[in-house]
Ligand binder design. Structure first.
Ligand code: PXG
Length: 288
C-alpha cells in the first residue's frame, strides 16, 4: 500500500509521522472520510470544501491548494490501483514543541490513506439495526463545534464505548438541551406520515455529505424534507428511521432504546432511498 505524506508516496512500513506532531500530542488537526465507487471518488469536491472549512475554523493553514488536494486524493487511489475504497485524509498541525501553542508548529502535514472499507454487518443492511441513546452528550458549539471534523473525536468515541457496552453498533447522541443531535459517525433521519425529518445542524450535527445527498434525493422524489428539533419521542414514534454516513452509507434502524420502529423492518421509503443512493454512487464522482 502506498500512503501519501506531504507530497511523497511511502510504503506502509515507512509511512510514519513524528511523535512531536501536534495531531498526535493534542488532537490538533482535521480529517475527512471519503469513498470511491466504481473508479470514481464520490463527492470529492464537497469533502475537500468541508476540509477547508474545518481548517478555517481552527486557523490551520493547509500547505496545498484545494485543487492540489483533489488531485492528491485521486492520485493516491490510482497509485494503489483501487476503484472501490475508503480514503482517509488527515491534515495535522504538524511538528511542534511540547506545549500546545500551535504557533510553534511550522507547517501542517497532509496524510492520505486509501484502503479497503469495513462497514456494518451485511445482515444489518437487510434487516435493520438496533441502536441506543447514550449519556454522553454531543459537544457544545461554544466548546468544540461539532461542525469541525477535527482529530478530537473523544466525544464520539465515549459515545461509541457506551454503544459497545450496550451491545449495539451505533448510538444516538443528544445535545445539552436534550434534542437529538446525531450518531457517533452518522447523521440520523426519520420518516413520519410520508415526510422526512433530520436534526438541524444547530442541534449539533456534522454537515454530513451523505445527509445532503439524501435530502436532495428525497426532494427529487417529492418527499417533503425539514430540519426541526427532534426528541427521542419523535424517533420512537417514527414510521421509519435510518442513518447516513460515508462509511455506513444508508442503514435502516429498526429498534431504538428497546422501542420497535415502525413495522420493525426496514421501511419502504428507506429502501427506495438506499437503491437511489447506490445507483448514484456508481455513476457520479471524480474519475480515478
Ligand atoms: N457525523 C459524524 C460525527 C461523522 O463523523 C457523519 C456524521 C456523516 O458524515 P458524511 O459526510 O460521511 O456523510 C460523520 C462521518 C470512520 C468514518 O472512519 C467516519 C465518518 C465518515 C467516514 C468514515 O470512522 N464520519
Amino acid at each position: 500500500m502506498k500512503i501519501y505524506i506531504d507530497g511523497k508516496y511511502c510504503d506502509e512500513k515507512n509511512a510514519k509521522i513524528s511523535v512531536f506532531d501536534h495531531g498526535l500530542l493534542y488532537g490538533d488537526g482535521i480529517f475527512e472520510g471519503i469513498r470511491a465507487y466504481n473508479g470514481r471518488v464520490f463527492k470529492l469536491q464537497e469533502h475537500i470544501d468541508r476540509l477547508f472549512c474545518s481548517a478555517k475554523a481552527i486557523l490551520l493553514d493547509i500547505p496545498i491548494s484545494h485543487a492540489e488536494m483533489m488531485k492528491a486524493v485521486v492520485n493516491t487511489c490510482r497509485k494503489n490501483k483501487l476503484r472501490d475504497c475508503y480514503i482517509r485524509l488527515v491534515v495535522t498541525r504538524g511538528i511542534g514543541t511540547l506545549g500546545l501553542n500551535p504557533n510553534r508548529c511550522k507547517r501542517g502535514s497532509v496524510i492520505i490513506i486509501a484502503d479497503k472499507i469495513q462497514v456494518y454487518p451485511k445482515e444489518m443492511y437487510e434487516n435493520g439495526m438496533a441502536i441506543v441513546t447514550v449519556a454522553t452528550t454531543r459537544n457544545l458549539h461554544s466548546a468544540l463545534n461539532p461542525a469541525i471534523k477535527s482529530l478530537n473525536y473523544l466525544n464520539n468515541i465515549l459515545a461509541k464505548i457506551e454503544a459497545n457496552i450496550a451491545g449495539v453498533e451505533e448510538a444516538i447522541m443528544l445535545n445539552s438541551e436534550g434534542f437529538v443531535a446525531e450518531c457517533t459517525a452518522d447523521n440520523i433521519f426519520i420518516l413520519k406520515g410520508g415526510k422526512m425529518y433530520t436534526p438541524p445542524l444547530s442541534a449539533g450535527a456534522l454537515y454530513g455529505i451523505t445527509r445532503g445527498v439524501v435530502m436532495d434525493m428525497a426532494q427529487e422524489a417529492g418527499i417533503p424534507v425539514s430540519e426541526p428539533n427532534l426528541t427521542r419521542y419523535d424517533v420512537f414514534n417514527a414510521d421509519e428511521c435510518f442513518l447516513t454516513g460515508t462509511g455506513a452509507e444508508l442503514i435502516p434502524v429498526t429498534k431504538v432504546d428497546g422501542r420497535v420502529i415502525g413495522t420493525g423492518k426496514p421501511g419502504t421509503i428507506t429502501k427506495s432511498l438506499v437503491k437511489s443512493y447506490h445507483a448514484l454512487t456508481q455513476v457520479s464522482g471524480e474519475p480515478i
